[in-house]
Design a protein around this ligand. Structure first.
Ligand SMILES: Cc1ncc(COP(=O)(O)O)c(C=O)c1O
Length: 510
């Protein structure tokens, strides 16, 4: 009976904590429905209907038959739909409004890309179909690869990695294979302290040691420190550009030169490519390997670590090392085929060709925008970030004000904390009560009371103004009514969560 009384009445939802300020949470539907699906379960209910059997019934052999019923909630379709619709309404997503989570590029995903990936010709494909029956899909992947190579200035790319971090690992394994093949396995990868957090993690996973490179006073790679720290045991360097301070690395060519001089390879963390699309290319700056986050750059859906796509492009000399299978194109016959016979390949990074549905969405985004449209994406993402930064920087100063921010900016609530005791986290929680998703806070680690804001190119000026007003209002309230910020959020189903505990003590089953 799943913990319910004989009548199957679901228990009352636990009394909510007293809410002292702000608007009450609007709970829709009968209170009794506010449990889990298991609470809604009643024996015998179901949300399925099958046509009558048109073949003789055959018993399942005893050794294969279950001994008890599966612990699946038994619910009617009506309750199921209410349940998930209600849950979706409690959540804040990219379809709800601006989601300025710096470093994550949570931007609106155009619905046309959903429509395209849902075409029956794509939906009904099976990855084991013979090539001659999947020419359209293979051509799409080939064209996407060519477009990504053109955008990044690389020779070939693999579309297999299911997320940016997996792209990083792929690139590092390519580096490892390159040095091993040359009989010169090396131990270290140089990582500037303004790199994305996944970079040092990928370095460890690939069996390297991370060599930390400090930033200078402007928030850029400290070139003289780099020159001193790098030696011939350095296999390569990973550079996030624009870096996680939202700044364009001004001395990129000098940085790549230092690494090439000692025989290392240079990796471009291109997750922030939406800031430079169509304006400049990592390949032209001297990089050897680039990864792209299709969710950040081409607005495909993103789940933490996947399913997504983190394609990796490489220069000509590294092509033999890329994962297999790859799509090859015979220009003579016009045919496309899947090829797996590459003796120097690092192997597979994902089953088949990666997350095909995500790649179709990325294709739709790239080709619907076209060359000029993609350039405009970059221009708008930078314009929007700069507009918002200007609106709030008097109250939340930029952490590194010397250079103009690119597609995101890092402000600090350090002064506010000194004046009022209100911290970046309190501002973030208050912004939720004011109707917005907050920015990233406390990242990057090199900035005290960091607020990392990325409005993205998809937001209008009205939205940016409204978000700026909310941030400025929270700042004013911190001085006039700090209680509001200490208590926030009060309009959400749950209040402040112990995020560190949630991350350290994962509870993955109910
Ligand atoms: C600069 C940068 N590098 C790497 C990643 C990792 O990408 P993913 O979350 O797809 O693994 C991100 C995440 O968004 C990022 O912002």
């Amino acid at each position: 009976m799943n913990g319910k009384d004989a009548q199957g009445v679901a228990p009352e939802a636990p009394a909510a904590a007293p809410r002292r300020v702000g608007a009450p949470v609007r709970m829709q539907g009968p209170q009794a429905r506010h449990g889990t699906l298991k609470d809604l379960s009643r024996p015998g209910r179901g949300a399925w209907s099958f046509p009558a059997l048109d073949v003789p019934e055959a018993p399942v052999p005893a050794e294969h038959a279950r001994q008890d019923r599966p612990g699946i909630p038994e619910v009617a379709e009506r309750d199921l739909v209410s349940h998930y619709t209600r849950l979706s309404q409690l959540n804040y997503g990219v379809d709800t409004g601006v989601y300025p989570l710096g470093s994550c590029s949570m931007k609106y995903n155009p619905k046309i890309a959903e429509t395209v990936q849902a075409l029956p010709g794509f939906q009904r494909l099976h990855p084991r179909q013979p090539d001659h029956t999947t020419q359209g899909a293979l051509e799409l992947l080939w064209r996407l690869e060519r477009a990504l190579c053109e955008i990044t200035g690389m020779s070939r790319a693999t579309l297999q990695p299911p997320a940016g971090a997996c792209g990083e690992l792929t690139g590092l394994l390519v580096m490892r294979a390159f040095h091993t093949k040359a009989g010169d396995p090396r131990k270290k990868i140089a990582i500037p302290d303004s790199a994305h957090g996944t970079n040092p993690a990928s370095v460890r996973l690939a069996g390297y040691e991370a060599l930390h490179i400090p930033s200078d006073g402007r928030g850029l790679v400290d070139l003289s420190a780099l020159e001193k720290l790098v030696d011939e045991d350095v296999a390569g360097l990973m550079l996030t550009n624009p870096n996680t301070l939202g700044l364009f690395e001004e001395e990129i060519e000098a940085v790549t030169e230092v690494i090439h001089r000692v025989g290392g390879l240079v990796y471009y963390d291109g997750a922030n490519l939406n800031a430079i699309l169509g304006r400049c290319r990592p390949g032209d700056m001297g990089f050897d390997i680039v990864h792209i986050n299709t969710h950040k750059t081409f607005a495909t859906p993103h789940g933490g670590g996947g399913p997504g796509a983190g394609p990796v492009g490489v220069i000509e000399g590294l092509v033999p090392l890329l994962p297999y299978p790859r799509v090859e194109h015979d220009e003579g016959t016009g045919e496309f085929r899947l090829e797996s016979d590459y003796p120097d390949s690092i192997g597979r990074m994902h089953g088949f060709l990666g997350n095909f549905g995500v790649l179709v969405r990325a294709y739709a985004y790239v080709f619907l925008h076209g060359r000029e449209g993609l350039k405009e994406v970059a221009e708008r993402s930078v314009l929007n970030a700069n507009y918002l930064a200007r609106r709030v920087k008097e109250k939340f100063p930029l952490a590194y004000p010397d250079g103009p921010p690119m597609h995101e900016f890092v402000a600090t609530a350090r002064l506010l904390k000194e004046e009022t005791g209100i911290r970046a986290m309190d501002v973030a929680k208050r912004v939720i009560d004011l109707g917005y998703h907050p920015s990233t806070v406390y990242f990057p680690l090199v900035v005290e009371e960091a607020m990392m804001v990325e409005p993205t190119e998809t937001e209008s000026r009205e939205t940016l103004d409204a978000l700026a007003d909310a941030l400025l209002r929270a700042h004013q309230e911190a001085h006039e009514d700090p209680h509001l910020l200490h208590e926030a959020p009060v309009t959400t189903p749950v209040r402040r969560l112990d995020e560190a505990r949630a991350a350290r003590h994962l509870k993955l089953t109910w």
